[in-house]
Write a protein that binds this ligand. Structure first.
Ligand code: 9MR
Length: 393
């Protein structure tokens, strides 16, 4: 396990964290105010409008509070042109009990996106985390065997991809299958690899493609772009994608999550190189879960304990964006929650926070302003210099 990235999550811990974030069972109904809040009156200086000028989609993860809190919904609608459900399309949420489906949160997100002229990144079919209890328990006690597990996964993909067929721009088909070791590779102890077999990844992609032939299908992972000193995990992701392509598996893109922590090394230049290498395979690339966390005074106020973090945090966010802008194959840049108040970070990393682009009171932080000026430069270029008198030779 890479302790730099995350703490170990037990199934119970993950469920607790979701519950604490008010996600499970509180999907609610999107308010009329939230729907279409900013449609037709967009600020030309918003992230989405600036990025649009170079064809880049700027996105955010969305949790139900983002839709149900009018001030948050206004930001979600006005600043972003693609949205990802933070949890609402995960198996644990959509089918908590076998055969009993709850699409309310996912449907709300789809309606919100439609009302606000946003595309959707579907997240995620096949991940070891946030699985329903019936599945993990059944596998653990032997009542679900390998064939049955594959059948259940196939049904899950067809059901969910089928329900939203034609409405999803990119699907994260498989998520976080690689080890954090050096060298890295597909984790033999991953829930899916261990219990469904090593070809589960290609099966999942083929099923997803059959279920929604127009969706772009992504492999998504953390620490696979500029983040690891050894770059071992990038190499593993590259090899995985190349192997799938050689087998004719319908994979169309790589999702680099981009969960950074200012206390660790990270190289924007290497990120740019890595994006270029994925693109050289003929794949699209997306930054899917960008945030940069740091140590803070407390989880409520999230003020950095070291003043320099006010510069390091926006630097990392902005440099991720700059590396992204350099590559035409990089089609979307998504932040994992837009305000520190809706970020997953304080709940997962003790003492850390300040990871997003708006503060806990929904004021744009330097990270937002830096990204905005980068997009402005990309979209409009710098103005030509004023004329001056020049000395005669
Ligand atoms: O943001 C999500 C958080 O609300 C959940 O509690 C958590 C459970 O593991 O998952 C978070 O999202 C994860 C994403 O689905 C995959 N990459 C890592 C993200 C942060 O943990």
């Amino acid at each position: 396990m890479d302790v730099r990235r995350r703490s170990v999550l037990t199934a119970a811990g993950a469920a607790g964290a979701v519950g604490a974030a008010g996600v499970l069972g509180s999907a609610g109904t999107a308010s009329a105010a939230a729907l279409g809040a900013s449609h037709g009156h967009r600020d030309p200086n918003s992230l989405r409008e600036l990025a649009e000028k170079v064809g880049l989609r700027i996105g955010t993860a969305i949790i139900p509070q983002d839709i149900n809190t009018p001030a948050w919904a206004a930001v979600a609608a006005s600043q972003f042109s693609v949205v990802t459900p933070g949890n609402e399309m995960k198996w644990q949420v959509v089918e908590p009990t076998q055969g009993v489906f709850d699409w309310s949160g996912a449907d709300n997100l789809v309606a919100f996106a439609k009302a606000n002229d946003q595309l959707i990144r579907g997240h995620t079919f096949c991940w070891h985390n946030q699985l329903p209890n019936f599945l993990t328990t059944g596998v653990a006690n032997g009542s679900i065997n390998q064939t049955q597990l594959l059948d259940l996964l196939e049904a899950h993909i067809f059901t969910e991809a089928g329900r939203y067929r034609g409405k999803i721009w990119q699907w994260d088909v498989c998520n976080e299958f690689l080890t954090d070791s050096n060298p890295s590779g597909v984790n033999p102890n991953d829930f899916w690899i261990k219990n469904a077999g090593p070809d589960v990844i290609e099966r999942a992609f083929r099923w997803a493609h059959q279920a929604d032939p127009h969706a772009l299908l992504f492999y998504n992972d953390y620490n696979i772009g500029g983040e690891d000193g050894s770059n071992a995990k990038f190499q593993a992701a590259f090899n995985l994608a190349q192997g799938l392509l050689e087998k004719g598996v319908p994979i169309h893109g790589i999702g680099i999550q981009g969960h950074l922590d200012t206390q660790f090394g990270w190289s924007p230049q290497r990120l740019s190189d890595d994006i270029g290498k994925y693109a050289s395979l003929g794949l699209k690339v997306a930054i899917t879960e960008a945030d940069a966390r740091t140590f803070v005074n407390n989880p409520t106020d999230q003020v950095p304990t070291n003043g320099l973090e006010n510069f390091a945090q926006p630097f990392e966010m902005d440099e991720m964006l700059k590396a992204s802008l350099a590559h035409p194959e990089l089609i979307s840049f998504t932040v994992w929650g837009f305000t520190d108040a809706d970020s997953w970070v304080p709940g997962f990393f003790t003492g850390e926070g300040f990871a997003t682009i708006y503060d806990v009171n929904l004021n744009p932080k330097q990270a937002y302003l830096s990204m905005q000026s980068t997009l402005k430069l990309a979209a409009l270029g710098a103005p030509h210099r004023v004329r001056t008198r020049t000395p005669h030779p």
